[in-house]
Design a protein. Structure first.
Length: 275
C-alpha cells in the first residue's frame, strides 16, 4: 500500500494552498482589471434597476387591458415600458459583461424581444396568467442584473436610492396583483404577497421620510408620494370593482413617476453632499 509521510503530506497541502491562492489572486486581478477597463456608469445602474419595475408594469398594464379599465392608458403604459426596456438594453449593450451578469441580461433581452408573442392582443385570461409568470421571471433576472452591476461598480448605490427604486417596483406589483384578483387569477400566495408588499412600501416611505438628505424638490415629491399612497392603499382595500380598478390604475402610475424622480433626486443630492 502506498503511504505518504507527514512531511510529504505537509508539502502537498502547501502546494495545494499556494495553487488555490494563486488562482484566487488571478481571478481577483482579472476582475479588477475588467472593472477598470469598462467602468459601470450611474446611468447603467439606473437603467438596470428600472427593469424591475418595468417587468411588473408590463404585466399590470396587460391585465388592465384585459379588464378593459382605461384601455388607452394601459396601451400607453405597455408602449412606454417597451421603449424604456429597449433604451436600457441598448445602454447596457454598449460593452461586454462578465458571464454572471451577461446571462441574466440576456434573459431580460429575451423577454423584451418576445413581448409580441408573450402578450397577444386581445388578451385572454390564460395569456394574462402567462404574462404574470413571465414578468416574475424577468423580475428575477432584473434583480440579478442590478445586483451584478452593483458588485463591479466603482461606487455604491446609497440606501435612499435603492429604497426609492424598490418603491417603484412595489407600486407596480401591488397594482398587478390587484388586477389579477379582479381577473379571477388570485391565489393564496398572491394575497400574501400583496400584504407583504404593502407593509414593505409603508416601511420604505417611513425610511425616506426620516432621512436627513432633503431639499425642496425631495420634500415636494415625498408629500405627493405619501398622498398617492393613501389613495392607493384605500383602493387596494376595496373588493375589485370599477372604481377601485380605476383608482389603482391611476395612482400606481403616479407613484411610479414620483418614486422614479425621487431615486434620481436622491442620487443628485448625495453627489452634491460628497463633492
Amino acid at each position: 500500500m502506498l503511504s505518504i509521510s507527514p512531511l510529504g503530506a505537509h508539502h502537498a497541502r502547501r502546494r495545494t494552498l499556494l495553487q488555490l491562492s494563486a488562482a484566487a489572486l488571478l481571478c481577483h486581478s482579472s476582475g479588477a482589471a475588467w472593472a477598470q477597463s469598462t467602468p459601470v456608469t450611474s446611468l447603467q445602474m439606473h437603467r438596470a434597476a428600472r427593469f424591475r419595475a418595468l417587468s411588473q408594469r408590463i404585466a399590470k398594464a396587460y391585465c388592465q387591458a384585459f379588464l378593459n379599465v382605461q384601455p388607452e392608458d394601459a396601451a400607453m403604459a405597455m408602449a412606454s415600458s417597451r421603449q424604456l426596456l429597449r433604451a436600457g438594453l441598448q445602454e447596457l449593450g454598449k460593452q461586454p459583461w462578465p458571464d454572471a451578469l451577461a446571462r441574466p441580461l440576456a434573459q431580460v433581452r429575451q423577454f423584451s424581444e418576445g413581448l409580441d408573442t408573450a402578450l397577444p392582443m386581445p388578451p385572454t385570461r390564460q395569456s394574462v396568467a402567462d404574462a404574470a409568470v413571465q414578468a416574475d421571471k424577468m423580475l428575477q433576472s432584473a434583480d440579478a442584473v442590478a445586483d451584478g452591476l452593483q458588485k463591479i461598480a466603482p461606487f455604491s448605490t446609497d440606501k435612499l436610492v435603492s429604497t426609492a427604486g424598490q418603491q417603484r417596483m412595489l407600486s407596480q406589483r401591488l397594482a398587478k396583483n390587484y388586477f389579477l384578483a379582479a381577473a379571477g387569477l388570485e391565489s393564496k400566495d398572491l394575497r400574501e404577497q400583496r400584504t407583504a408588499d404593502a407593509a414593505e412600501f409603508k416601511r420604505g416611505l417611513a425610511s425616506l421620510a426620516a432621512s436627513t438628505v432633503s431639499n425642496t424638490t425631495i420634500r415636494s415629491e415625498m408629500t405627493a408620494g405619501e398622498m398617492q399612497w393613501m389613495f392607493l392603499e384605500a383602493a387596494l382595500a376595496r373588493e375589485p370593482d370599477l372604481r377601485g380598478l380605476r383608482a389603482v390604475a391611476s395612482t400606481s402610475e403616479r407613484l411610479l413617476g414620483i418614486m422614479d424622480n425621487l431615486a434620481l433626486q436622491y442620487e443628485v443630492a448625495l453627489k452634491d453632499l460628497r463633492s
